[in-house]
Each structure stands twice: as C-alpha cells, then as structure tokens.
Design a protein around this ligand. Sequence first.
Ligand code: FAD
Length: 426
Amino acid sequence: MKVGVIGAGIIGCAIAWELRKRGAEVTVFEKLGDAGHGSTSASCGIIRRCYSQTSMIKLSNEASEIWAEWENWLGPIEGSLARFERPGMLLIPSNVDEGFLQVIEEMKNSRVKAEFLDKNAINEKFPFLNTDAFFPPKPVDDDSFFNETGVLQGGVWEQDAGYVVSPGLANTNLKLAAQRDGVEFLFNTEVCKIEHDGGAPYSIVTNDGQTHQFDVMVNAAGPWSSKINQLAGVELPLENRALRREVHAVKNPVFGQHDMPVVGDLDSGTYFRPETGGIDIIIGSTDPECDEKEWVENPDEVDIGLTETYWERQVLRTMRRIPKLQMGKARGLAHMYDVTLADWYPTVDRTDIDGWYVALGTSGSSFKTAPMIGVMMAEIVYACENGHDHDNDPVILDLPRIGLSLDTSFLSRLRSANATTGTVFG
Ligand SMILES: Cc1cc2nc3c(=O)[nH]c(=O)nc-3n(C[C@H](O)[C@H](O)[C@H](O)COP(=O)(O)OP(=O)(O)OC[C@H]3O[C@@H](n4cnc5c(N)ncnc54)[C@H](O)[C@@H]3O)c2cc1C
C-alpha cells in the first residue's frame, strides 16, 4: 500500500511511522524546511489525563505511558531525546459538581493516579497559590476584575502528570525513528493540487511541479487541514477551523522556594506550567467565554507576533492565582490551534471518499495523544483498506500499557458532539 501523509507535525510523523511499521510504503509531504516547524513548535507539551470523556482519559493515559518510556518507544536514533518532566498537575474546574467528581472516578477507573484536593489541601500543598474563586473570567478592564467571587471548592491532582520538553524535539525524534524505518520525507514540498476520481488512486501535485501517486492519503496538516480537505474536495460533517493563540513566559516568583506544578485553572481562565527548569512559567488561556475568539481565515497569513491584549489578559489572570507574579516584559509566542467546533476533540477517521483519511481538529490538546493517534490512524487505515466497515463496526484499540481497550468511534467524523467543556480542556 502506498500512502501519502500531508504534514510532518507530531501527528503526521506519528501516523507515518505507525503505517510504515505495518508495512506501508509512506511518503510525508511538508511544506516547511523540517518536521515540527508548524503548530507543534508552539505547543506547551502538557501531558494530563483529566478529560470530560472516559475514552479521552484512556487514550491520554496510554499515551502518557508512551511518553514515560520514550526512549524504548523510539528505539535507537541519533541526537538527544525529548524528556517527560512530571511535577504533577492541579486542574481547577469552574465548578465542583457531580459531573466533575465522576470524572475523577473515571480517571481512577482508567488507572490514573488522581485525587480530589479541597481548598485546604490545595493551600497546604501549594501555599503560593491563592485559593479565592474568580469565576466567571472577566475582561481585564472590568471594574471587578480583581474581586473574588468566593473560594475554590477544590480541584483534581494528577501526581504524575507533566509536560514534554520540548515538543519540537519530540517531533524530530519521531521523524528520525520514521526515517530510520524507511519513511520518506519531502521537505520544502507543498501539496498544491490533489486529483482523484471520487477515491483512490490520488495524484498529488507539489510546488516543484512533481506528481506523486498514492492508494491512500492522510490529511495531518494541522491548522491547514481544512484547506487541504478543500483542495481534495472532501467535506466533513464536523467543522474544524484554525484559531490564533498566544502563550507567554514570565518569571516564576517562587523559583527556588517551591516546586511549581502544572496548573489548569478554568476558574480564572488560564493554564500554566514551569519552563526553563522552573525559572519561568509559561501561560496559556482556557478560552473563557468573555474573550472573543480569533478565528483564522487563511493560516498562511496569521500574525505570529505577540499582542499587548493577550499578554495583559493572560498574565493578570494568572496573577490572581499567583499573587507574587509580576508582569515583566512581554515574552512568548503565537500560533494556531486547529479546533473542532462541536466538541474540541480531534477527528481521526476515514472519510466518505475511499482512501482519504483525516487526523485533524486537534483542538490545542493533541500533542499528548499524538503517539496513540498515530496507532489509531494506522489501525483504522489498515482495517478500512482491508474492507472493514469502520463506520458501523468501529475499530477497537488495545491499550496494553494500562490494560484496557478503546472504542475509537468517539473520534469518528460521524459522531454526535462529545459532551466536553468546549475548551482546550476537552
Ligand atoms: C500554543 C499551543 C499550545 C499547545 N499546548 C498543548 C499542550 O500543552 N498539550 C497538548 O497536548 N497539546 C497542546 N497543543 C496542541 C498540539 O500542539 C497540537 O494538537 C499538535 O501539535 C498538532 O500537530 P499537527 O501535526 O496536527 O499539526 P502541525 O504541527 O501544525 O503540523 C502540520 C504540518 O502540515 C504542514 N502543511 C500544511 N499544509 C501543507 C501543504 N499544503 N503541503 C505540505 N505540508 C503542509 C505544516 O507546515 C505543518 O508543519 C498546543 C498547541 C498550540 C498552538
């Protein structure tokens, strides 16, 4: 089977390698100069298992085990390896209700080391965190911005969650493993035209004027994926769109005094984690409703400069949780999520056009699951290409590291929206 993969981000590289392991002849097209120079380069690399849906908890827990054994997973490659730092993660929901407590139970059932911490336990474990509540998040110019609205009811503590340093290096590691095993990468090679007759075979025309033929194509073009589907004349029931994001770095005010965990704070509207060995923290947004979303019409024209608006908003919101934080100078980066509007979960599936597959709409949170999205996509491709009716009899994935299995239909293009937070927290 000859497979073309569009995009050498973390998702495209993981898929290409898994397909190759199963015997496919794989070529990856990447319009940039190397792997991992797209949105993966901007990722915060946070690895957690707290998600609204049990299926996503399981998928991310299995993937987390892969990050923990990254060297074994890859096999021998040149150069240094990405590291999985595990300071733990505290996730503070907007509300501790039955649903949230049920999520913690589902995490435990999915073999995640998770426990509920009430306000006092949070105070004791992290004395530098303010445990006032501020929900709902407000614009920074709101007169009541710094006024608390109550006290936190608590959060979930995942003791071995963390982050990968660096996502770009992890992407390079995957590329090298895939290259070693025979995947062909064509860099500086943009897919410009896609010709087919309602299904395979596909003729892919690239910017250098070459035409390449494939039996199977996988669209893993991240924020560019809907553009690629348009080129191929492929329509999906669930819409995905590029969304501009910024991540900022500030000095960690408790560096050297306390260990900083990863914190996801839906109460105040930000998430943060240690960076540069803990000297800094980096801050992202949980996309609260009060912030207008910056949808990107053309991902090739997105402005990746920092803006005062995002900087102020994200740092001031975090300052309410870490009162010792100082604004400092604006530092950070901007890039794009590829958001599935319906539920902020990716779509990993076949399409209505035979031989055209998609792994897209990763919604700002699929770095962590990338190794498993690779496995899932490869299993789906092989099942469908061997005549299996994945739409009506979904592929069931083995999760050997956590001893469970997974019905992959929750990432089907045909799904009803998963019940999620409708944010990057999924
Ligand atoms: C700011 C930010 C923070 C994030 N933080 C986290 C986090 O903490 N934890 C987490 O799990 N996830 C996080 N994510 C999400 C995660 O990083 C993404 O889900 C993941 O990196 C997407 O990988 P990808 O391979 O799909 O996309 P990309 O890395 O964007 O790769 C797609 C590639 O396709 C190429 N391409 C596009 N069009 C063409 C074409 N026509 N021809 C050839 N090549 C083409 C692009 O150049 C690009 O390299 C974050 C994302 C962002 C932006």
